[in-house]
Design a protein around this ligand. Sequence first.
Ligand SMILES: Nc1ncnc2c1ncn2[C@@H]1O[C@H](COP(=O)(O)OP(=O)(O)OP(=O)(O)O)[C@@H](O)[C@H]1O
Ligand SMILES: [Mg+2]
Length: 341
Amino acid sequence: MDRGSLEEWLARMASTRVAVVGDGCLDIYWLADMRLSELSRETPHFPLPVVEERMSLGAGSNVAVNASRLAASVAMATVIGEDWRGREWGRLLHAVGLSGECAISDAAWITPAYCKPLRGGWSDVRYEDPRIDFANRRPLPDYLAARLADCVGALAEEADVLIVSDQFAFGVMAPGVIDAVNRSAMAGGRCFVDSRHRLRQFRNAVLKPNRLELLQAMLPERILEDVPAAALREAALQLGRETSSSVCVTLGEDGLLWVGQDGVHSYPAAVVRPPIDIVGAGDAFLAALAVASGAGASRDDAAFIATLAAGVAVRKIGVTGSASGQEMLDLYDIQAHRGDT
Ligand SMILES: Nc1ncnc2c1ncn2[C@@H]1O[C@H](COP(=O)(O)OP(=O)(O)OP(=O)(O)O)[C@@H](O)[C@H]1O
Ligand SMILES: [Mg+2]
């Protein structure tokens, strides 16, 4: 793609309306300065004295954040709990300018969170303690699934593209919510799906598994290392046939494999020199792919734009990466200068 075309697509993407349905989550970092720790008098432990707290939107809400950096408007449909994490989640959503009108808050649900305690001391070494997770342990109640399904129907009608981000085993993508997504895709809506546990339940969409998710869905009995490229391709073809969908398998630094009605296509990843940090690559990729397609980009152009966005994200060290249009143009220029594009 030449630079002018990229600029044109980014401008069109900037007037795109996006709906995201999926799991909300709060990512929390607690940085403890162990130089301040004193042996507890009650228990034989050194407590973690927290000196810094950082919170950000995770799971589906991070996909929404990524989309909001490229699109005109993003509405997030989800269910969160009436708990402190839900309140922080809503505050962050508001702060980044996302619409939370379809974020249903209910006491029967809990707001998922990943809390990561990090210890620092005299040296530069950071030690990460086991994560503390808040997650739901039972299915979404039917009345909440029905309300969320109604929201999906309404949002999808208004939006140029619908993104599904389905991360948790007990998440918000209940059968009735998936039906609402499938109805919208059936009616001709563009729909992009990232689903860790329920890939095979979606229809008429673009499914975006990574290698592991594809294999877990299609060949759960195989050991990952044991799967040749031809079997991976066959698994993607079978998933596509079964779901009447296109399948876009992301392969980390090896780019992606796209299996559609017109065959199998490979696209390379952006060439990014170390140091890299892959956290956030998948979300940046999915958001850019969906927004570009929502703006009318062809598969080739959307795949290029998505790999560029993911390339920007992996260059961001120590944070969940995301990409703006300007950052994508900058990476494009770096690659063009090196002769990589
Ligand atoms: N090392 C890398 N260099 C350049 N691009 C990368 C690299 N790793 C990932 N990417 C880009 O990010 C895309 C998505 O990566 P990956 O296949 O790891 O997705 P994922 O497993 O869904 O990610 P996540 O762990 O964030 O959910 C790739 O298709 C590629 O374009
Ligand atoms: Mg992923």
